[in-house]
Design a protein around this ligand. Sequence first.
Ligand SMILES: [Zn+2]
Length: 239
Amino acid sequence: MTVIDDIPERAMVVFAHPDDAEIGAGAVAARWVKQGCEVTFVLCTNGGSGSGDLSMESQRLIDLRRQEQHDAAKVLGVARVVCLDFPDGGLEDDRDFRGAVVRVIRMYRPHTVLTHDPYRMKGFQHRDHRMTGIVTTDAVFPYARDHLHYPDQIRVEGLKPHRVRRLLYWGADEPDVVVDISDTLELQIEALYKHASQVFGLTDTGRDAAARVRERAAEAARGQNFKYGAAYRQLLARE
Ligand SMILES: [Zn+2]
């Protein structure tokens, strides 16, 4: 595993539901923010379907989870959370969703983008995660980069094309890079606890979830000279 130790000037985390960013990239975001990186969170859905509580109504859940997401981002030091507000469970690999991701990339101009690995074969994966991974990959290359894609964003909205240098996928079957998150893993766990409507919160389930996060991070750091790591599959843009 190659260790990533540069700190990009700007990074973006594109994720399907409230809490996915914390699970996939919380500690990395916190570490990079501390070291001067401008991190943007892009939440693709409104989170309106993520509840096992039969008395929960969708709109109440949407409001609750939006607040939880903002509270979690605050713990990590992430100042900007963009909500694309697509329906939970309703993401499609279509022109609309792709255009929305292209727009935020052109607006906030990240060097590095982190997202779900859409090509994970081992185990079930939420359809929204797969759609987010595929659409973000396509948005990075070639759509955000080439001015003749979504030309109205350039001509009418005044945005400029943007070339992302690095894509990092969490949840990959075969990760090939790792980031040292020893100093910020506990912030990631604290941020996860802000998603109290989900399995986290300071319950036994929450404590189990925290233990699993630490276990996975220790596993990713195996053979390295640091305690906790976050592992990703990396794609680099050609020069
Ligand atoms: Zn999710």
